[in-house]
Design a protein around this ligand. Structure first.
Ligand SMILES: Cc1cc2nc3c(=O)[nH]c(=O)nc-3n(C[C@H](O)[C@H](O)[C@H](O)COP(=O)(O)O)c2cc1C
Length: 375
């Protein structure tokens, strides 16, 4: 049970660049060198190969694939329609594979499939708050049953080769009760005792889903509690300054950028600049955005093929629109895209003339969040 003192001062994303920049400690998870400690989170429906490659090229040192079901992995056949889930390339190394499930033996078998597919780190999802997932005793449900959660971690660690790090993603509890808090610390301490290499904590409860702030002071408390063990923080990282502020205010060893990276992969290089004591770079110009939008589409077409790509890219276009001064009009244009020609028409209409882009503001990301997200 945790007895660390609670910091009662609410910590929160900063609106300013931290004035005195402390050098960031490079991140190493197990034997995997990550380096810069601001990485891209697992994002169901988003962090596929194209998104990860773009993020990597724009400064993300490590990215995590969207969560997969253990059952899906265990039964996976060499089918063209599903092969994209396991597609990774040398350029993205290191990349994490994440999975969720209910039953320890099947979970471990699914984890082995991720290793065979080439993922460099295996991440266990104990955070998903989606109703259907909880109803099937997966994801965040495990925060209410430490014994099963720890059995999953133990079996996964036992079956994944020792050179591959195993990590865990958790929310700060099922809810705000004392019981939930005790269960959180039982899993946290037990996981490190088993030998997991890092834990990511999203500072919201499962019950909270995405409503209300991520409790950064809880992350600070957890870091103080675990000492030298590795903690990554998650929640409310919408700007590069937020990422540095979380590290500064909570002492976490790294942060995972989630909603803040969708449509804004530039956040990683912006954070690198701030961490080096430089001013915040200007947001990408419209021409710089256009280049990335084209490349993202091209990578997605390579992965999914011309028939599926158009519809799949809509959700990304909508998020990229946040960086355009006419974001509502750009958003509406991307909503209708069905193929590369229409994507190019939208780009010609809104990105032909160069001009300054906008920095995103957190409210836009929050406004677009729903309860159907998986962590
Ligand atoms: C669209 C979406 C999909 C997500 N999918 C996953 C996922 O597959 N695995 C996971 O661990 N977390 C997932 N999450 C949770 C994020 O990784 C992150 O913990 C959460 O969004 C809090 O960070 P933020 O407030 O900075 O967005 C998802 C979140 C969103 C918004």
């Amino acid at each position: 049970m945790n007895t660390a003192a609670t910091n009662q001062t609410p910590l929160a994303p900063s609106t300013e660049t931290p004035s005195a920049v402390k050098p960031l400690k490079p991140l190493k998870i197990g034997n995997v060198e990550i380096g810069f400690p601001i990485v891209q989170a697992a994002l169901s429906g988003y962090s596929d190969w194209p998104m990860r490659v773009i993020a990597k090229r724009l400064g993300a040192p490590y990215t995590i694939c969207e969560v997969m079901l253990d059952e899906f992995l265990v039964n996976l056949k060499e089918r063209k329609r599903t092969s994209h889930f396991l597609h990774i390339s040398d350029e993205e190394e290191p990349v994490g594979g994440q999975l969720m499930g209910a039953e320890p033996d099947q979970f471990a078998a699914g984890a082995v499939k991720l290793v065979q597919a080439g993922f460099h780190i295996i991440d266990i999802n104990f955070g998903c708050p989606v109703k259907k997932v909880l109803g099937r005793c997966r994801g965040g449900f495990h925060l209410s049953q430490p014994a099963v959660a720890l059995e999953i971690i133990q079996k996964t660690r036992d079956n994944v080769p020792s050179e591959i790090p195993v990590t865990v993603k958790m929310r700060r509890g099922i809810d705000d009760t004392e019981e939930s808090r005790d269960q959180f610390f039982e899993i946290l301490d037990g996981a490190f005792a088993i030998g997991v290499d890092a834990i990511t904590v999203h500072g919201r409860t499962v019950k909270q889903r995405y409503v209300g702030p991520s409790k950064w002071e809880f992350l600070k408390e957890v870091k103080q509690h675990i000492g030298d063990n590795l903690l990554l923080g998650s929640g409310d990282l919408f700007t590069a300054a937020d990422c540095l502020a979380m590290i500064d205010q909570t002492g976490v060893d790294g942060v995972t950028v989630a909603r803040g990276a969708i449509g804004n992969p530039w956040i990683f290089n912006q954070a690198r600049a701030l961490a080096a004591g430089k001013p915040l770079p200007d947001p990408p110009t419209l021409h710089q955005q256009k280049e990335v939008l084209l490349e993202h589409y091209r990578l997605a077409e390579e992965l999914y093929g011309p028939d599926r790509v158009g519809r799949l890219m809509r959700k990304f276009g909508i998020k990229y629109a946040i960086l355009h001064p006419e974001h509502d009009a750009v958003r509406s244009a991307f909503v209708k895209v069905a193929n590369m020609d229409q994507w190019k028409v939208a780009l010609d209409q809104f990105y032909s003339a160069d001009g300054p882009g906008c920095h995103p503001n957190g409210k836009m990301h929050k406004a677009q969040s729903s309860n159907q997200h998986c962590g």
